[in-house]
Design a protein. Structure first.
Lengths: 256, 256
């Protein structure tokens, strides 16, 4: 990383640490103590206290009456912003709903790429009792899963290498991922079984932008036990149809 | 600021700068160029580029197909978190609605304190054509407006001094604010006219937690032309009644 006057690497590191602290709050950890943050990050207490104070100052954390830290009201502003930018047009919502319905009740979702991660930006939860649900906006690895392969399709080889390196699975994994991406490119869709999580399968196809580049991936996710060869063959035409419909809507990337 | 190994002041500064960059995106600026960010912050290009890259890495910013920066999908996760933590119980939503209705259609809202700021966490928009609307989660000065005085009620004098200092109105403002806060404490409510914004008035009363401390302020805001002495006298009993109802609900500060 290039160093510039005014602190390069150190500043970036602090920003990443602050964002990582915020990432420790989720549905199962709605509040945390400073001690928990120290244990979870392995950072020195002084660093955590300083970052917490900075985040509190901007309203992103909040000390509750019981002394525990929780997401601050300042996040509400971001909530508004993010939802404005990423809210799907009604037609796209309908696409996801019908994809889920026509698959017999699997969860349908749209992912976008962010560096070596993929983020789910929209989901229609399946109706099956055993269903696969992901968190909206949470970073998931780009190297794993059908939607990851689809999102990497058409990318320069160095992007695929970076995604493979992030997997931490050694040098042999690079060619493995490159081959999966190549196949997704060739077929125009991808299927995966248990790549990120044991027992979870997915089917995905690319949503393209006006220039024909992959802007997002749309697909289905569910238990491997229900993603048999036969059922996947049934899912594919529906996934491809919805991918085409979404591509025509040209909504990925936010409104002007 | 205390310096510690691993970078104190520099790190904090970078975190604040990163958050300030994000704050430049709002309803009227849904996307920005790097140039705009440089101009708006006065920071060197290298610093802005580095911060943007860091925020993109975590999905908080996103480069759209047209090359402009926009809020990233990673913010969606925060949206979920913030709304989980701050969503009002149905009874509280109903309180705000009835307050707005009984005031003849002024906007009602709940503010919490965050350092020397106050943040609106909930709002019921008035029905009048000329109505006062604030942004949810946006930091507003604690020194100005009826809800600011109410939020400072019962605070140690150094908090009032810090809030006054943040106003940047010189040393004479300290005692002025202290007197306003004292009056809010004594009366159990506050009224303000044009303190933060010309032509805007407000009435507010405290929402207390289980220990009797001020946890939030609830009140009405609207054009000064409609906040005459007579109408404000009519608003007060309703504001006080709703403040009492909200205090009983004990919801401020998020669910466990």
């Amino acid at each position: 990383m290039q160093q510039t006057p005014g602190g390069g690497g150190e500043g970036v590191r602090s920003v990443l640490r602050a964002l990582d602290l915020l990432a420790l709050f989720d549905e199962t950890h709605r509040s945390r103590t400073v001690r928990e943050l120290i244990d979870a990050t392995g950072l020195p207490k002084s660093t955590v206290v300083r970052l917490v104070a900075t985040l509190e100052q901007r309203g992103l954390l909040w000390t509750r009456a019981d002394g525990r830290l929780a997401p601050g009201a300042g996040m509400l502003r971001w909530a508004q912003l993010a939802q404005d930018a990423w809210q799907l047009p009604a037609e796209a919502v309908e696409c996801l709903r019908s994809l889920s319905e026509e698959s017999g009740g699997e969860s349908s979702r749209i992912y976008v790429r962010q560096g070596v991660s993929r983020l789910c930006v929209a989901q229609h939860e399946g109706t099956q009792q055993l269903r696969h649900v992901v968190r909206i906006g949470e970073a998931m690895p780009l190297w794993a899963g059908a939607s990851g392969h689809v999102l990497l399709a058409g990318s320069p080889p160095e992007d695929v290498r970076a995604a493979a390196a992030a997997a931490g699975r050694g040098p042999d994994f690079g060619p493995v991922l490159a081959e999966r991406v190549r196949r997704a490119e060739e077929q125009g869709w991808a299927v995966s079984h248990g790549e990120r999580e044991d027992g979870v399968s997915a089917v995905a196809a690319p949503v393209t932008d006006a220039t024909g580049r992959v802007a997002a991936a749309v697909g289905l996710g569910g238990p491997t036990s229900r993603f048999t060869r036969e059922r996947v063959e049934g899912f594919l035409p529906v996934v491809l149809k919805v991918a085409e419909q979404l591509s025509k809507l040209q909504f990925i990337g936010g409104r002007p």
